[in-house]
Design a protein around this ligand. Sequence first.
Ligand SMILES: Cc1cc2nc3c(=O)[nH]c(=O)nc-3n(C[C@H](O)[C@H](O)[C@H](O)COP(=O)(O)OP(=O)(O)OC[C@H]3O[C@@H](n4cnc5c(N)ncnc54)[C@H](O)[C@@H]3O)c2cc1C
Ligand code: SF4
Ligand code: SF4
Length: 377
Amino acid sequence: MADKNRILGQRELQVRVLDADLCTGCGACVNLCPYQASYNDNIVFLHSCDLEAGRCYAFCPRTPTDLEALRKTLFDERDLTPEIGAVKEFYIARATDEQVRKKAQHGGTVTALMALAIQEGIIDTAVITEGQENFLPHGVMAKDPSDIKKRGKSNFVMSPMIAEFNRIAKGEHNKIGVVVTPCQALALAKMRLKPIATDANNIDKLNFVIGLFCGWAFSWRKFVDLLRKKTGLDTIIGMDIPPSKYHAIEVYTKNGTIEISLDDVTSCIREACLYCFDMTAEFSDISVGSARLPEGWEVARSWNQVIVRTQIGHELMELARTKGLLEFRDVPEGNLEKLKKASMNKKRMAVKNLTEKSGSSDNLLYLNSNDPVFRAL
Ligand SMILES: Cc1cc2nc3c(=O)[nH]c(=O)nc-3n(C[C@H](O)[C@H](O)[C@H](O)COP(=O)(O)OP(=O)(O)OC[C@H]3O[C@@H](n4cnc5c(N)ncnc54)[C@H](O)[C@@H]3O)c2cc1C
Ligand code: SF4
Ligand code: SF4
């Protein structure tokens, strides 16, 4: 029987990922060679490549992967849960610095941790995302805590920032930290296994990965068209996705908040996200999302849920605690269970959509139907 996990080349990446609408736009196939580029939220092939086995295919989070082997290699098996991956610790936390929180999407935990890592020399370079006026985010490197503090928040369009990691990992930057979506965390985890010898050691420069929770991302063009119908783009100062019971996204403008119903927004979701199994960035050192608290969304939005998954993640959180950069509150009863349930719902939906796409429950395209997590579904 053919090995489904065999590494193939650019041709197969085109057919099995791009043509199949599975491309997440993560950027992992860009800046490895001169042949692929990211342009306006799409991956374009500038030249064809006839290598039978390429890094682009090997690192892509939407080519088949032995996820169980990856989990067991990267995490302590005793920490693994089927619902949300490895869990060493679970917190409700936020940045103590109000200025950090003001510029952050939620509690500013991500910004506080990244700025601390640079400050303390744990990393010499961070690769994060920067928004642009045209709402097309991209990856940038930051070498100073102040560079990180001015780049919080998100517009929920995919940023191809792994391309920036690939670019700078070739250079003199030796200790790199990144902030990524779950699909990007998976791409980096695949790189860590060094499946192809060329430049294999670049990934050793990656010191840690902070993953963001992610329900879905927007397709840039569709989302910008929708926003344009609702308001002037130059009036928008931020946006957020409240809990699902609100059934809307909030767009903050200079003239007040606009709510856009999920019924309008759904058609702007990137198609690849419908086939995504990971809500909590399971292949990260620390995962961060918005909090859910008994006081409701108005209070919860300025806090984060934090999953610590690895020893390096633990050490960074403890340093932030010791230095008083993060504050913590008690985790409300049942919070972790609710998160696990939401995560399983995303996996269930991915399996359903992949089954419909392939026409068979035995063929989950990039997922292995015998993986213990998906088999249980
Ligand atoms: C596409 C997307 C979907 C999300 N969906 C959910 C969700 O369903 N549920 C949930 O709880 N949380 C979700 N989040 C995460 C949430 O929006 C916050 O980023 C998270 O709670 C951390 O908050 P913070 O205040 O600590 O972040 P901040 O301190 O503000 O830092 C945010 C960091 O995110 C980086 N960033 C911004 N946009 C992107 C991007 N497109 N790709 C990669 N990095 C980016 C910034 O560079 C910054 O470093 C999503 C994030 C994204 C990007
Ligand atoms: S998912 Fe990422 S690695 Fe795969 S084709 Fe798209 S951008 Fe490239
Ligand atoms: S839903 Fe999945 S595929 Fe889409 S941006 Fe989030 S992690 Fe990536």
